[in-house]
Design a protein around this ligand. Structure first.
Ligand SMILES: Nc1ncnc2c1ncn2[C@@H]1O[C@H](COP(=O)(O)OP(=O)(O)OP(=O)(O)O)[C@@H](O)[C@H]1O
Ligand SMILES: [Mg+2]
Length: 633
């Protein structure tokens, strides 16, 4: 990370309705380099032109006169000097332009990476990852090419055109004017193609983004693809998308290749006409042979910019399109982390009050309706309800991942919206329903949210509390084991427990456990629950669970249905009521009783065998046949 003040430039300033203005602003901090590149380019162009003018002088004035060795040597030296100047200047211009292009896009890439992670949850909900990857890679690269090649190329073209025109003009006015007749034709065709190429390139980039998304989704969902044996379907889908990209790419190239012959033919005619006119004028004696030879050299470099101007105008469109696509991200408003009306001092107590809270992810599709409840600091609150009833949504409001649209939430007596998000997120710990672990070591994953230095003992204590320490120790690399693609693959339950350890270590004031023990067996759940019991002491805790066992000792249980609280109270109170809670309780206890029954039945079977002295419990498990024979007796 560089501390260069140029890197601190806020790219929000680049936003502009005029793309050229935006591109110019993007150069902030590097403009001097870029201008130097242009000046170098001018030197190179001038050196080239002067070479031809000297050639005219050499032929007319030196050659044919008395052979003066000193003058000849001087001329030779000057030619060499000019060639060296041209070479060096061209090299320097290229170096500076490339340096600028790389620097500006490096800054842009860093900015985009940071910016994207600061955008709101709802932006990420509606934006595809592939699309974002495409814009931060392919489009940024198009911008790099724009600065390294196209923008500087255009300066070079103007410089060459101007200097060579002036030179020819100084040789002969008629010849000069006759040599640029084709310019309007080139300009008109360039603009004609510019518009079409812009459209074609836009379509091409869009399709490329679709392809990236398909690829990215297929890779992250490769298990589902395999499990459903959908490889053929996915291949077909990819091939279709890829074919569409091919079609659009072909259209784009067709535009380019249609443009080329048009401009080439026009320029070819222009050159021939110039040569012809020049030759006629030499024969008539209007101009000298030296002038004609210089003209023949100069006119090539007058036509060259015209030919390339069109190409560059057309290519510039790609830079402009990519600039627009990148701008779409930069324009997005960040989620303010620090700004807030209220400046909390110290830590939260954890007193909460929901007053008629409503919320919708998308307009006119309410997900939460009129939610009201309150709890004291340190209390345990449980949320139950069918899937999709809004449990996760309620807890997502607390760290201000989303803003509630109606009602009030008071945290320690202050409206939640007045708290800075960063503060809330530091004070609230969530074990998410589908925890995500980074492809880093287990240690880095567990210490992820902690900003201070942590001792190994602390990490291990957290891991023990989450019942994951033994599992980690069993890996050859222990806490240094890499997770994910390059390391071990953890089971769902193990991941959940690593996530629990991560939250334990964070030591939050409000703890949210979103279905946190759903992927572990009942026995492990009991162990974790006992450990969490410790952790829940003195801090407000939200437990989302489906098992009555997990919620029965909460201070308040909310039963949700379709975004509304349908029952509210303690376990005892809710059991008294006719309602969903009792139904769930009845079903779950019935299942448990049945299970218990089965277990005792098996146990009695075991006893039967043991009493016969023929088998042990271990054998029952490994060889069920023995059980059968035992029963037959
Ligand atoms: N990011 C989102 N954008 C739009 N709608 C969403 C979003 N997240 C959830 N929803 C919708 O909100 C409703 C409530 O979802 P929520 O995740 O809160 O359910 P839940 O009670 O946690 O369910 P589960 O027990 O399955 O986890 C669902 O209808 C869901 O489709
Ligand atoms: Mg949920």
């Amino acid at each position: 990370m560089s501390n260069n003040p140029r890197d601190q430039y806020d790219l929000q300033n680049v936003i502009s309705s005029n793309r050229f203005a935006g591109l110019w602003r993007m150069l902030t901090g590097y403009r001097l380099n870029y201008i130097s590149a242009t000046v170098s380019m001018a030197f190179a162009a001038t050196a080239k032109t002067v070479t031809y003018l000297m050639l005219a002088y050499f032929i007319d004035k030196v050659l044919g006169k008395n052979f003066d060795l000193r003058q000849l040597a001087l001329m030779a030296l000057m030619f060499i000097g000019l060639a060296a100047l041209e070479g060096l200047s061209t090299f320097n211009a290229g170096r500076l332009a490339n340096f600028t292009a790389e620097s500006v896009t490096r800054r842009l890439r860093n900015y985009l990476y940071d910016h994207i992670q600061r955008l709101t949850f709802s932006y990420h909900d509606r934006t595809q990852t592939g699309e974002l990857i495409e814009r931060t890679t392919s489009d940024v690269d198009a911008l790099r090419r724009f600065y390294a090649e196209q923008a500087i190329g255009i300066s070079r073209i103007f410089m060459l055109f101007l200097i060579n025109f002036i030179a020819i003009f100084s040789l002969n006015k008629t010849l000069a004017l006759a040599s640029i007749i084709v310019v309007p034709i080139i300009l008109v065709t360039s603009i004609f193609f510019f518009k079409r190429v812009t459209k074609a390139y836009e379509a091409y980039q869009e399709q490329e983004a679709i392809l990236s998304t398909t690829l990215q989704e297929n890779l992250s969902g490769v298990r589902v693809v395999k499990a459903f044996a959908r490889q053929d379907y996915e291949r077909q889908k990819f091939e279709n998308d890829n074919w569409e990209k091919f079609v659009r790419g072909r259209r784009l190239l067709l535009m380019h290749s249609l443009f080329w012959p048009v401009s080439d033919i026009a320029c070819g005619f222009q050159m021939l006409a110039g040569f012809f006119l020049g030759a006629m004028m030499t024969i008539n004696g209007t101009i000298t042979v030296g002038t004609y030879i210089a003209y023949a050299g100069l006119v090539v470099w007058l036509i060259w910019p015209m030919r390339n101007l069109g190409r560059l105008i057309v290519q510039t469109s790609t830079g402009l399109v990519s600039f627009g696509r990148v701008m779409k991200i930069i324009e997005q408003v960040r989620e303010p982390l620090e700004t807030a009306k209220y400046r909390p001092l110290g830590v939260l107590l954890g007193e909460l009050k929901f007053e008629g809270v409503s919320f919708e992810y998308n307009q006119n599709a309410p997900v939460l309706k009129d939610i009201s409840f309150e709890c004291q600091p340190g209390e345990k609150l449980a949320l139950m309800g069918s899937t999709g009833s809004g449990k996760t949504t309620i807890v997502n409001l607390l760290p201000r991942f989303y803003e509630y649209t109606g009602g009030h939430i008071y945290l320690d007596g202050v409206e939640l919206k007045d708290y800075p998000r960063k503060y809330l997120r530091n004070q609230i710990g969530i074990v998410e329903q589908e925890p995500f672990l980074f492809s880093r070591t287990l240690r880095e994953n567990i210490t992820y949210g902690v900003e201070r230095d942590v001792e190994q003992e602390e990490i291990e204590a957290a891991a023990r509390a989450a019942s994951i320490h033994e599992v980690i120790e069993s890996f050859p690399d222990g806490y240094n084991t890499l997770v994910g693609e390059r390391g071990v693959t953890l089971s769902g339950g193990q991941k959940q427990r690593v996530a629990i350890a991560r939250t334990i270590l964070k030591n939050p004031r409000i703890l949210i456990l979103d279905d946190s023990t759903s992927s572990v067996d009942t026995e492990t759940e009991a162990v974790i629950r006992a450990a969490l019991e410790q952790l829940m002491k003195n801090r407000t805790t939200f437990i989302i669970a489906h098992r009555v066992q997990s919620v029965m000792n909460a201070n308040l249980i909310l039963v949700l249905d379709k975004g509304q609280v349908i029952q509210k109270g303690t376990h005892e109170v809710l059991l008294e009521q006719e309602g969903v809670y009792r139904q769930i309780y009845d079903i779950q206890t019935r299942i448990e009783v049945e299970l218990e029954h089965e277990i005792t039945w098996e146990e009695s079977g075991e006893r039967l065998i043991s009493s016969h002295g023929k088998s042990t419990q271990l054998e029952i498990m490994s060889e069920p046949v023995l059980v059968d024979t035992a029963f037959e007796k």
